[in-house]
Design a protein around this ligand. Structure first.
Ligand SMILES: [Fe+2]
Length: 242
């Protein structure tokens, strides 16, 4: 099985840290605090062999993948189905990977104390879900389309609609964190987070496709987005440093 951390997305060379380290991206202010300020330390080999938690199906609740059914009522907003596969660099399915998402509600507000954006909270929407990939590497969520929100990075800064994704492999040390965007969003062009992935082709890999096959008549629009792990070059889903 492919591992997630064999992996880091290759960013432009940095003479001090080497070619595979996320560095400070000036347009995205908080990367200043995330980018390493000292050279990386290589962990002893045995650390990589440590088995993390086993993500068995018993950990996943029946409705964990459906963010529209976690409360007494339905959340407000445009109901969507988002699905795709987790694949390794050879295009093979990654089975049993834990896929977690978190997102703002339809009004662009997170249910989190740090988010004080004056948009309404939705009592029927928590904004978090999870599932395991099946034998074909497939995952699927039912949710509502997240709204845009201002984020204070610079004057008049608004995030395009996005869903945060985390993918764990079979080991706790192997995790990918990234964001999925929606096609046709006019804010993508202005978003320093999306643009911190500098290669336009790699950036395109973060945008889901509208999918009529996934769309359910009279019920929900469908989007498809595949996550490709490892060193698959131009096909690899760009990572976000966490
Ligand atoms: Fe966000």
């Amino acid at each position: 099985m492919a591992t997630i951390q064999d992996d880091p997305i290759v960013l432009p060379d940095d003479p001090e840290f080497g070619p595979e380290v996320q560095v400070d991206y000036p347009g995205y202010r908080s990367t200043r605090w995330r980018a390493p300020s000292r050279p990386l330390v290589t962990l002893p080999e045995e650390f990589h062999d440590l088995e993390g938690p086993v993500f068995g199906p018993e950990l996943i609740g029946e409705l964990d993948h459906d963010l529209t059914r976690q409360h007494a009522g339905e959340p407000l907003g445009e109901r969507i189905v988002v699905t795709g596969r987790v694949l390794d660099e050879a295009g093979r399915a990654v089975r049993g990977a834990l896929v977690e998402i978190w997102q703002a509600n339809a009004a662009g507000r997170y249910r989190h104390e740090v988010d004080q954006h004056p948009a309404p909270l939705d009592p029927n929407f928590s904004g978090a879900g999870r599932c395991l990939t099946d034998d074909e590497g497939r995952w699927r969520f039912v949710t509502i389309k997240p709204g845009s929100y201002p984020w204070g990075n610079h004057e008049n800064a608004w995030r395009p609609s996005h869903i945060h994704f985390s993918v764990f492999g079979r080991q706790f040390t192997r995790r990918l964190v990234t964001q999925m965007y929606f096609p046709g969003d006019p804010l993508l062009e202005f978003d320093p987070i999306a643009h911190s992935v500098r290669d336009p082709k790699a950036r395109r890999l973060l945008i889901a496709s509208f999918d009529l096959e996934t769309t359910q008549p009279d019920w929900a629009l469908g989007y498809r987005w595949d996550i490709v792990l490892g060193r698959a070059g131009a096909r690899t889903t760009p990572l976000e440093e966490s």
